[in-house]
Design a protein around this ligand. Structure first.
Ligand code: IPD
Ligand code: CA
Ligand code: CA
Ligand code: CA
Length: 259
């Protein structure tokens, strides 16, 4: 169980993602109306699974493109081979490989790697969070009015159902009370940017463990706070996640709709 091995696997997988990013033939297909998957998501995940099986034989491997079933295991690694597939398809260099190791319900190791910008975020429980060797700390901003907030829109929004309503209500409630909103397109990086102090908070609904498993530890190790929209401890089965520098958490939750 070693962070260096995890980083190495992410770096090697990054070569496949980078090759795909440069290619005109990404092999795009649709999982849903706006939910894309490419041949490179599949290829990268297959490579990561193969490597992790050898390096972490005791862990259940939960990858976005291959896992079906429950999310809770004694020892698991949550894998997002490309977080930000829409950006990947459109040639926007904001995407990452996300690997989060959890044991007994707690995150222990995390790597989020953007191979295009060559930014490697990582954390070890109790040892801090880093980006390319630099220690990360959340921002000190305590006024919601000065807070830049990252969010995302779930693929389920297309049916204009409760998820769509929630997204719209939260924006309507929040916008007058914050500095601005960012929808950058990769939840794992949103969490890393929070850890880095670039944004003060992040919230979203309908995310899956592979989107957040690594980012959660990176935020916590940088001094941030994670909960659900009810301000209760976050669980993978929760529909919502709220992450912040801690200082604007309560104020943000005040304006977010319950779900
Ligand atoms: C998506 C991204 C996006 C978020 C979506 C996720 P994917 O992951 O993290 O920012 O808004 O909800 O599903 O599909 O690109 O791995
Ligand atoms: Ca996806
Ligand atoms: Ca994802
Ligand atoms: Ca993905």
């Amino acid at each position: 169980m070693n962070i260096d091995t995890l980083k190495q696997i992410a770096r090697e997988a990054g070569r496949i993602v980078k090759e795909g990013y440069a290619s005109h033939h990404k092999g795009v297909s649709h999982k849903g109306v706006v939910d894309l998957v490419t041949e490179f998501d599949l290829k990268t995940e297959a490579f990561i699974l193969d490597q992790l099986k050898k390096a972490f034989p005791e862990h259940t491997l939960v990858g976005e493109e291959s896992h079906h079933g429950i999310y809770h295991y004694d020892k698991a690694i949550y894998i997002d081979p490309i977080d930000g597939t829409t950006n990947f398809v459109h040639g926007i260099p904001h995407l990452a490989i996300s690997l989060g190791v959890w044991e007994q319900g707690r995150p222990t190791l995390a790597v989020v790697y953007n191979p295009i910008l060559e930014e490697l975020f990582w954390a070890v429980h109790g040892e801090g969070a880093y980006c390319n060797g630099q220690r990360l700390e959340v921002s000190l901003q305590s006024e919601l009015q000065n807070a830049l907030i990252a969010t995302g829109f779930p693929y389920t929004k297309v049916n204009a159902g409760i998820e769509y309503q929630w997204v719209i209500k939260c924006m309507t409630n929040l916008l007058p009370h914050i500095q601005d909103i960012r929808r950058l397109g990769a939840a794992a990086i949103d969490l890393c940017y929070l850890a880095q102090g670039k944004v003060e908070a992040f919230y979203e609904i309908d995310l899956k463990p592979w989107d957040v498993a690594a980012g959660i530890l990176i935020v916590q190790e940088a001094g941030g706070k994670i909960s659900n929209v009810d301000n209760q401890p976050f669980d993978f089965d929760d529909k919502s996640i709220v992450a912040s520098n801690g200082k604007v958490h309560q104020q943000l939750i005040h304006y977010l709709e319950k779900i």
